[in-house]
Design a protein around this ligand. Structure first.
Ligand SMILES: [Zn+2]
Length: 212
């Protein structure tokens, strides 16, 4: 009985997330089949539902998710399908931040531009939209978002994340030359975090390099 309820709940979330993935694609945030997305439901904390690798995000549907365990290994029903190489980043976020239920990833342009200019972090101050990050109360505060090195070795990358986990107070980070990750307790919140980060990166870039 519970099995069917959980499956129904997951199906509804898959539909909602697939719709969001297609809308992010329309913004140019997932070129050339890139990026990945995941969620879990509180009743099944050890199962992560993650987007399948190599799918054109313009056509992503609720049937393009697979289920993996906390180590990123496909569950038996999904063994024939390949999880994305970056699934382990999702697993690390769920391990480090138990409240996270949704993880979103973007390859949008402005965060990547900043990540190639800066080293350890990007700092925003003075923008109303900073309050889009859960916990931020005023535009006057400094908001620091960590930048991590890129790596194809996901075990190494997970160790870097763990070492810097205290810096992830705004529920997101940048990866050098790569993109952004953001998470939240709900899909609404995770989306808000990702959009807040992207908007601030674009604004700050234009203020620094495009305004006369
Ligand atoms: Zn990526």
């Amino acid at each position: 009985m519970f099995f069917y309820i959980f499956e129904f709940v997951k199906d509804q979330i898959k539909k909602e997330l697939a719709k969001l993935i297609r809308s992010f694609n329309r913004k140019g945030w997932s070129p050339a089949t890139s990026t990945n997305y995941s969620f879990r439901i509180s009743e099944e904390p050890n199962t992560i539902v993650v987007s399948r690798s190599g799918i054109d995000k313009a056509y992503f549907t609720k049937d393009d998710f697979i289920e993996v365990n906390r180590k990123g290994e496909a569950l038996p029903a999904f063994e024939s399908q390949r999880p994305s190489a970056e699934t382990l980043i999702h697993c690390s976020i769920y391990d480090l931040f138990p409240q996270a239920q949704f993880v979103l990833h973007s390859h949008s342009v402005y965060p990547v531009l900043w990540s190639m200019k800066l080293q350890e972090q990007i700092i925003f101050q003075g923008y109303e939209v900073q309050k889009g990050f859960d916990g931020q109360k005023s535009h006057l505060d400094e908001v620091c978002i960590p930048i991590l090195e890129n790596s194809q070795n996901m075990v190494e990358f997970s160790t870097w994340m763990e070492n810097r986990s205290a810096e992830f107070t705004n529920h997101c980070f940048l990866i050098k030359g790569h993109g952004t990750y953001a998470w939240g307790k709900t899909l609404f919140e995770a989306k808000r975090h990702l959009e807040t980060l992207d908007y601030l990166c674009e604004l700050e870039w234009k203020r620094n390099f495009e305004s006369k």
